[in-house]
Design a protein around this ligand. Structure first.
Ligand code: GTR
Length: 416
């Protein structure tokens, strides 16, 4: 009886600071053997690779290296999109050597200029056609999560899908501010349901006789992040894009993904996490809102199997999520929370940025410039930035205004 009561208690989500257990965070600036990290080179050569490897092994799983060559095909293109203000490009990136293998369809809207443009790279939840009602966007062909309101029936896109998520994607404003937007459907890389890794990208990398990833090999989040890197391979080759100014942004599970993409791929010039929560920006040891056990139970395919050891056992994990934020350093990184998104633990997201700050400072750049969690709607847009807005778990036009202001200051170098 006592044990089952304990389990019931443990399984109840924590929603008050008083219930947050006491915890000690692993120090980003102390190596696993106890050595203090006191110089930028010690961080870069020793501690950073060590932490990256721990996150690979214990949390997200290790992804295979980039393919030697990527092939892609421009499937559609226009220099007169969005009422004449933008160029539209649609490109199919072959993710493996197998011509029948998965293809990542990237949609781009780019400002009309002769110069290569800084660009936001962002995965989407319902296919490229969901972000804008532009009839030229190809409808997604693969499996989608059922959602009648969004126009998905029997896991297939219908015409109703067009523009169904456009409130989250202020494309015109982005383009008018001089930024490109590149987006792709995350399900092109791996459909988001637990099928034991039989579909999507994973099987293409199995050794002979292997039927699922090993406990330290990539789950779906690592696969989506790997797909972002393949998009980056292409963006770097596209002369219309400034490959040194690609900002990876993502919301929720795709916020977790953008953080992991930023950690594993230093070509991303800046990283933005929106409402990423557990397994993203939020500290796992706080167990506030969504816990490690809960996320591993609801979404067994997101993380690697080793992560399951830390269900209700967060303190045993050699890493916590502030160290993930530290892996972005010295690149600009913006952590965004929402007051109504308690499931994602806004305070835990703030604390991650706070505890990552010493790494930025060691590297000689500005960390998070506030010690205290800022009030709602008062963004702290330092190089390591944090903002909490009002309202729910979502992406709002004003979130994008902040991403752009942040990128103006730290990626493009424009002042206010
Ligand atoms: C929730 C999940 C969160 C978050 C969210 C989303 O169900 O518990 O971790 O990822 O989904 O991606 O919308």
């Amino acid at each position: 009886v006592a044990t089952s009561m304990l389990h019931a208690q443990q399984n109840k989500a924590i929603y008050s600071e008083a219930e947050v257990p006491e915890y000690t965070l692993p120090d980003p600036l102390v190596a696993e053997d106890g050595t203090k990290i006191e110089s930028a080179s010690q961080w870069t050569e020793r501690r950073r690779p060590e932490l990256l490897e721990l996150f690979e092994k214990e949390v997200y799983g290790k992804a295979p290296p980039a393919p030697e060559k990527i092939s892609y095909e421009v499937t559609e293109s226009s220099d007169d999109a969005l009422g004449g203000i933008a160029r539209r490009r649609q490109v199919a990136i072959q993710l493996t050597d197998d011509p029948k293998g998965p293809v990542l369809n990237v949609l781009m809207y780019l400002p009309k200029t002769d110069k290569p443009v800084p660009t936001f790279m962002t995965l989407n939840f319902y296919g490229n056609a969901s972000i804008n009602s532009d009839p030229a966007i190809h409808l997604p062909e693969g499996w989608l999560r059922n959602n009648k309101e969004k126009g998905v029936e029997d896991h297939k896109a219908t015409e109703k899908l067009r523009g169904a998520s456009e409130a989250r994607w202020p494309v015109e404003t982005i383009v008018k501010n001089g930024y490109g937007l590149a987006t792709a459907y995350y399900g092109d890389i791996d459909p988001d349901y637990d099928d034991g890794f039989q579909n999507g990208i994973h099987p293409y990398f199995y050794e002979e006789g292997q039927t699922k990833p090993k406990p330290d090999q990539w789950g779906s989040i690592a696969a989506w992040a790997w797909g972002l890197s393949r998009a980056m391979d292409y963006l770097e080759e596209n002369p219309e894009i400034d490959g040194e100014k690609v900002i990876v942004m993502g919301h929720s599970r795709l916020g977790k993904t953008s953080l992991w993409a930023g950690a594993t791929d230093p070509r991303f010039a800046a990283v933005i996490s929106n409402n990423s929560g557990c397994g993203g920006a939020a500290l796992s040891r706080r167990r506030f809102g969504e816990s490690v056990k809960r996320i591993n139970t609801s979404f067994p395919h997101w993380f690697c199997d080793n992560f399951v050891q830390y269900n209700h056992n967060e303190d045993a994990c050699p890493v916590d999520q502030h160290q993930l934020i530290a892996l972005m350093a010295p690149r600009p990184c913006l952590v965004c929370s929402a007051e109504g998104d308690r499931w994602a633990d806004p305070r835990g997201e703030f604390l991650s940025a706070h505890y990552a700050s010493p790494v930025y400072e060691l590297l000689g750049v500005e960390g998070l410039t506030t010690e205290k969690m800022p009030p709602v709607e008062q963004p702290v847009l330092s190089r390591l930035g944090y903002v909490i807005r009002t309202e729910e778990h979502n992406v709002k036009p004003r979130d994008w205004d902040r991403y752009m202001k942040f990128a103006d200051a730290h990626v493009v170098g424009k002042k206010d």
